[in-house]
Ligand binder design. Structure first.
Ligand SMILES: Nc1ncnc2c1ncn2[C@@H]1O[C@H](COP(=O)(O)OP(=O)(O)OP(=O)(O)O)[C@@H](O)[C@H]1O
Ligand SMILES: [Mg+2]
Length: 411
């Protein structure tokens, strides 16, 4: 019998693990690291496909190629199955995600000296908040990716239920997992029993760190590239507001590669010609010409983390233009996060309703996922569940710990 490999395929970071003597054993997916960025780089010079930190290094070096991140957010959308030319071959996003998963599989097989034909994968409770068809399609897409990666079968476990398995919190009361990752927020109410854990309800929301990055970028960075500026009319006097779609896409991790298409550049060149704020549009054109969209996204993400942890961040855009930067205070961060906090609170309340319990019955909240470190999020959850004590489990490995444990009992 071949053992099952647990895989947490995350929007921002992924990991793999197995169960060993009743404990999770995480694979060193890269030397000395048990998580790796869910990133792919098609290196045009070498013709190689790079993954994880290697892909990030290639992007930072400015190597000639195509970088992709937040691929999980594309699952369930028609983009998944559209093929495009990449380094001389026609491929789809199914192929790209499959190659990433294949890399995890091979790495685990090399390190464990055994084959893994079966995968136990995490999945968000909902890939798309309120669209059952898109959710079903996303799961179908992800299954197809696992099979294309060489697994003979794949089972799925909701990510917050995996975190509940790994939580190890003692006591009889009801507990709530709050998993806020890069692309989704997921919730599970559970309690400990003599046999293990009893899941009362799980719920989810398509909201995560990449959405926060997008809001911050749109609110505080995109004006540097011409958002909200005026464009002179082609004929006659007067101006009109610049269209916003391009700025939405430039602020959205998974849409950035699509901006480098010739038709987008032609549209931007038209705007550039008539722009009142010409320097901003010159900058935008430079970003598209030199493929610097992900440099902006990374700068925003770093600024967000710094503003959250230190109270003051800096969005450093020196790779776009020397001395270009945008300070980001904790207040500015809050301004961009506030519109999302209402949906988060509603999702927590909906989870409790599904579990048939009231807020005062939850005695512990266990936060996992990188975005659960955001202070505005813990304070929002605390306001909703004032009686609960807050615990932080390993933000980046709690899900894979649970999946690894669960591989011991394949269905
Ligand atoms: N200290 C921090 N403060 C705020 N955000 C953070 C911090 N550290 C990481 N993040 C954010 O956490 C997110 C990544 O978290 P994580 O690795 O848990 O996501 P994921 O598992 O890949 O995504 P998902 O589970 O939604 O598919 C990123 O958006 C990152 O910017
Ligand atoms: Mg996650």
């Amino acid at each position: 019998m071949t053992q099952t490999l647990g895989i947490d395929f995350g929007t921002s970071n992924s990991a793999a693990g197995i169960s060993m003597n009743g404990r999770p054993f995480l694979i060193d997916v890269e030397a000395g690291e048990n998580t790796l960025p869910t990133a792919v780089f098609f290196d045009f010079d070498s013709g190689k496909t790079l993954f994880g930190r290697q892909a990030e290094r290639a992007l930072i070096n400015g190597d000639d190629g195509r970088y992709m991140r937040a691929l999980k957010s594309i699952l369930g959308t028609p983009l998944m199955h559209e093929s495009r030319m990449m380094m001389g071959e026609r491929i789809t996003f199914v192929d790209i995600i499959a190659r990433f998963l294949k890399r995890l599989k091979k790495r685990a097989e090399d390190l464990c000296y055994q084959d893994f034909d079966h995968a136990l994968s995490g999945r968000p409770v909902l890939f798309h908040s309120s669209d059952p068809e898109k959710n079903a399609q996303a799961l179908k897409d992800l299954t197809q990716c696992y099979l294309a990666a060489g697994f003979k079968s794949v089972d799925f476990m909701p990510e917050p239920e995996a975190a509940a398995l790994a939580a190890g919190q003692k006591g009889d009361g009801l507990k709530l997992i709050v998993d806020i990752g890069g692309g989704t927020s997921d919730f599970t109410v559970f309690q400990n029993t003599l046999q293990g854990i009893d899941i009362l309800a799980s719920h989810g929301l398509r909201l995560g760190g990449t959405n926060f990055d997008r809001s911050i970028s749109f609110d505080h960075v995109m004006h540097l590239f011409g958002k909200d500026s005026e464009i002179r009319k082609d004929f006659g006097a007067g101006t009109h507001a610049a269209p916003r779609a391009i700025f939405h896409d430039l602020a959205t991790w998974q849409m950035i590669p699509f901006l480098y298409a010739p038709e987008v550049k032609r549209k931007v060149a038209d705007l550039q010609r008539n722009a009142v704020d010409r320097p901003a549009y010159d900058r935008l054109m430079n970003v598209l010409d030199d493929h610097l969209g992900h440099d902006i996204a990374f700068a925003v993400e770093r600024g967000k983390i710094q503003a959250n942890m230190d109270g003051q961040g800096m969005i450093n855009l020196a790779t776009v233009e020397r001395d270009l930067n945008q300070p980001l205070s904790a207040e500015m961060l809050t301004t961009s996060l506030t519109p999302h906090m209402g949906s988060l609170t509603s999702a927590v309340q909906e989870t409790l309703t599904l579990a048939g319990c009231t807020p005062d019955q939850i005695d512990s909240v266990i936060f996992v996922g990188g975005s659960s470190l955001i202070k505005d999020i813990s304070s929002t959850v605390k306001t909703t569940l004032p009686q609960a004590t807050l615990h932080y489990n390993d933000a980046f490995t709690a899900i894979i710990d649970g999946l690894a444990l669960a591989t011991a009992n394949p269905r």
